[in-house]
Design a binder for this molecule. Sequence first.
Ligand SMILES: Cc1ncc(COP(=O)(O)O)c(C=O)c1O
Length: 468
Amino acid sequence: MPLDLKRLVAGRLGENYELHFRHLNRTLVEVQRIIGFDRVYTRASGAWLYDAEDRAYLDFLSGYSVYNIGRNHPALKRAIQETLELDLPNMVQMDCSLLSGLLAEALLKKMPSHLDAVFFCNSGTEAVEGALKFARAATGRAGLLSFQGAFHGLTHGSLSVMGDAHFQEGFGPLLEGCVRVGLGDLAALQRELESGRYAALIVEPVFGKGVLYATAEFYQRAQELCRASGTLLIADEVQTGLGRTGRWWGFEHWGLEPDLVTVAKSLSGGYVPCGAVVARRWIYQRTFSRLDRCVVHSSTFGRNNLAMACGLATLQVIEEEQLVARAESVGAELLDRLTALQRRHSVIKEVRGKGLMIAIEFHEPRELAARMGWKLLHRLEPELFCQMLVTALLTRHGVLCQIAGHGMDVIKLIPPLVIGEREIAHFMAAFESVLEDCRTFPGPIWELGANFVRNSLRRLPAVPQEPG
Ligand SMILES: Cc1ncc(COP(=O)(O)O)c(C=O)c1O
C-alpha cells in the first residue's frame, strides 16, 4: 500500500504541537504556546495562511523571507510536477546536469557582469560558509571581518562572523581571526582593514536584525578600503536578495560591486531548499585550483534537480510579475502609511526600510497611561512590548509578523512581494487598532504582556538533567 498522505494529514491534523513537544524542539513549542502562536495552519496561498476553520491569516513574515513570490505559486507547482514527470537522472554527481547549468546562467543574468561563477548549496548558512572558504582560499588570509548586530547563519563558520552574542553562547570556540566592527564606524573599519589580515568583509546590505543600514558613503568607503587592503567584499543577500528591498540585490542601493554574493531563501520559491555563492571567476578558481581539488568544496544535494527547476521557475515569476518594482512601490506605500500613523501615535519612534523589508521601531510613549505600561514591561523584559503587539496582531487580527532582534523595540515586516492594497489595508487597520488598545492601561492588551511572564514562569521546565 503506498503512503496515503492526504489521509494521514487529515487523520492527524491537530497533533502538530504534541508531536513536536514529544519528538522535536519542545522549548520552541513552549514559547509558541506562551505567546499564542500555537495555531494549526492547514493551507496557504500567496500572502495568506488558513486554519482548519478557514480563518485567514495575513503572512507578513514569509517564512523569514522565503516566499518572495507568495506561497504555493502555481508556476512553482508546475515546475515541480514537470521535473518529476521527466524522470530526470538526479545527482549523478559524476556528470554535469543541465538544470544546474541553466539556473547558473539565469542567476548570472541578474547579477552585475563581473560576477560570473556560481556554486550551488542548500541553505543560507551553507552559502555563507562557502563564501568565507572561497575568500580564504583566494587571499591566503585567515581573518574575517563583519559587523556587530549582523546575522549570517548558525553553523560554525557563519556563527563566527555573527554579530549577536546570543546565538554564539555555548557553542565556542568559534573560528579564530573573526573581528566585528560597528556598522558606520569607519575609523574602526579602516584600522582593521589596514592591518592586511582579512580575507573578507561580509555585509548584509540591510540588516535582517532591526532592518538597519548605514549611509551610501559608508558602504562606498568600506568597499574602497577593502580594495586598497586586498580584502574581498561579500554581500550576504540571503534575506535581501531577489527583490526583497525593491532592487534585485540589496547592494544596488549602495552602488556596491561585491566580489562574492550569497543567495538562498527565496531562490527556489519555498518548496525545496536551495542556496548559491556567486563570485568572480578568479576567486572561484582559487578554491578549485587543481584537478585533484575539483570537489574540494561541494555538497551532495547542492545541484539537485528539484531545487534547480524551482530556481528557474522562481526567477521567471519574479521577472514576469515584476515583483522587484512591485516591492519598491508597495513598500513605499506601506512606509508612507506607517509614517502617517507615527504622527498619531507617540509610541512609534521611527519607521524605516527598503522595499518590503520594513521596521517599526518604538520608544516610550508620551501619554501617561501607556507610559506606565511601557515601563512595566521593559522592567520585566526588553522585547516584551513588541512581542505583546505581535501576539495581539496574530490572535486578534490574524496578522503574522515578528519582533526584529534581541534587546530591540522593533517589529519587522517582510511580506511576500505579491501583496497589494487589500493586504496593506488589512495590516494598517490591525496595527492601528492594536496601537489604540495600548492607550488604555491597565487594559486587555497589556494583560497579554503580563501573561507572557506569568506563563513562562509557570510553564518552562527546569533545564533537563543529563541522563545517567
Ligand atoms: C542574511 C542572512 N544570512 C544567512 C542566513 C542563514 O540562512 P539559513 O537559515 O538558510 O541557513 C540568514 C537567515 O536568516 C540571513 O538572514
